[in-house]
Design a protein. Sequence first.
Length: 134
Amino acid sequence: MDPILIVVAVALAVFVFFQFRSSRKRAKETAARQAAILPGAEIMTNYGLYGTILSIDDDTNVALIETTPGTVLKIHRQTILKVVEDETPDVVADEPTAQLNQDSAIVSGEPEFGERVEPEEKKPARKPTKKTGE
């Protein structure tokens, strides 16, 4: 057998293996996401709309969501992007989070990081143009 043919066959087998593996992983993630979409869940849609699911009709793939109190929207179920989880930071406000290094403090009068400084250049005076033909 030709060694080049063997290398191409092995590369093709590796490519097919990784394609099946990634598609299986995406299918698991999608199933987990769809299982979390239940009435009462806070969600975000594909177009950035936040709301709470009131009901889902699996036959017609329609979901009713409440965006603000009294405002109910009828959307397609596939436009629900994700379930929004309430993330609270674990930072305690009483404790300082960082210490300022006094040795490398910015000297006053110097521009801050990212500040645009335009050089002050004096433009040379224009020389008068000579008119020919007069």
